[in-house]
Design a protein around this ligand. Structure first.
Ligand code: GTP
Length: 258
């Protein structure tokens, strides 16, 4: 099957936000559409993957062995495993390039501990290398039910904002688990500054946190205006079509800019 230009999708999100389940859902959806993706697992510590990865970091580095060999804790073990894997990134790129004429979407699942990928040198090297090959969309997965309070919402959006500015890549926020809680409240808070302020005021606690949130929401208002957002459920498959609509839109906008 020949296809149009490939797109890399890097899945990033807080632990438990549903990255792996969403990868599984996207993988299944693309198979149904006859657009089988190429899947890369970058999480050395995942015990069981619910999908077949074409490239799996665990085939190259044994995270538990790395921990004992270098006398590291779990996070140090994951980071060092990622560093070791990054030294072989050229091999990954050449494998990916061989599939580029027949595959449209290349999916990358990242470690559960978000900061290990987003704030490490190897995370940056992987992201920049991928972005130099094909248009690359960063998907920031949000656990919608756990983000329904103004304070957690704001913290999550601050994190998303920092990743957007760090990577400078097309960016999509995927509000996951919409089978449990819809993401309409998030869209409203992003589009209507007053609505978010009202939600903040409704919180009983008039603490320092609230006044910090109030100031921060002014900063984020600008960020929201550049943000692409979609609601999905990795569990039910709801929102898959909209998800790819937004991914393609992000890639198109990227091309228009350059
Ligand atoms: P880490 O491995 O810690 O990085 O987690 P992750 O972000 O990969 O999340 P994972 O896919 O392991 O999902 C975490 C939990 O959320 C699991 O119990 C999933 O079954 C559940 N989950 C994921 N997506 C959904 C969803 O759309 N709806 C519901 N109801 N649960 C979900």
């Amino acid at each position: 099957m020949s296809t149009s230009e490939p797109v890399n999708i890097i899945m990033i999100g807080m632990a438990g936000s549903g990255k792996t389940t969403l990868m599984q859902r996207i993988n299944a959806y693309l198979h149904e559409q006859n657009k089988a993706p190429y899947v890369v697992n970058l999480d050395p510590a995942v015990s069981k993957l619910p999908f077949q990865a074409n490239i799996d970091i665990r085939d190259t580095v044994d995270y538990k062995q790395v921990m004992s060999e270098y006398n590291l804790g779990p996070n140090g073990g994951i980071l060092t495993s990622l560093n070791l894997f990054t030294t072989k990134l050229d091999q990954v790129v050449s494998l990916v390039e061989k599939r580029a004429s027949t595959t449209k979407y290349f999916l990358y699942d990242t470690p559960g501990q978000i900061e290990i990928f987003t704030w490490s040198a190897s995370g940056a090297i992987i992201t920049n290398t991928l972005a130099a090959t094909y248009p690359t969309v960063v998907v920031y997965v949000v656990d919608t039910p756990r983000t329904a309070s103004p304070a957690t919402f704001m913290s999550n959006m601050m994190y998303a904002c920092s990743i957007l500015y760090k990577t400078q890549l097309p960016f999509l926020v995927a509000f996951n688990k919409t089978d449990v809680v819809g993401h309409e409240f998030a869209v409203e808070w992003m589009e209507d500054f007053e609505a978010f302020q009202r939600a903040l005021r409704q919180q009983e606690d008039e603490s320092f946190m609230n006044s910090l949130m109030h100031s921060m929401s002014l900063v984020l208002d600008e960020f929201y205006s550049h943000l692409r957002v979609v609601g999905v459920s990795a569990m039910t498959g709801q929102g898959m079509e909209a998800f790819f609509g937004k991914v393609d839109e992000a890639v198109k906008e990227y091309h228009d800019e350059f």
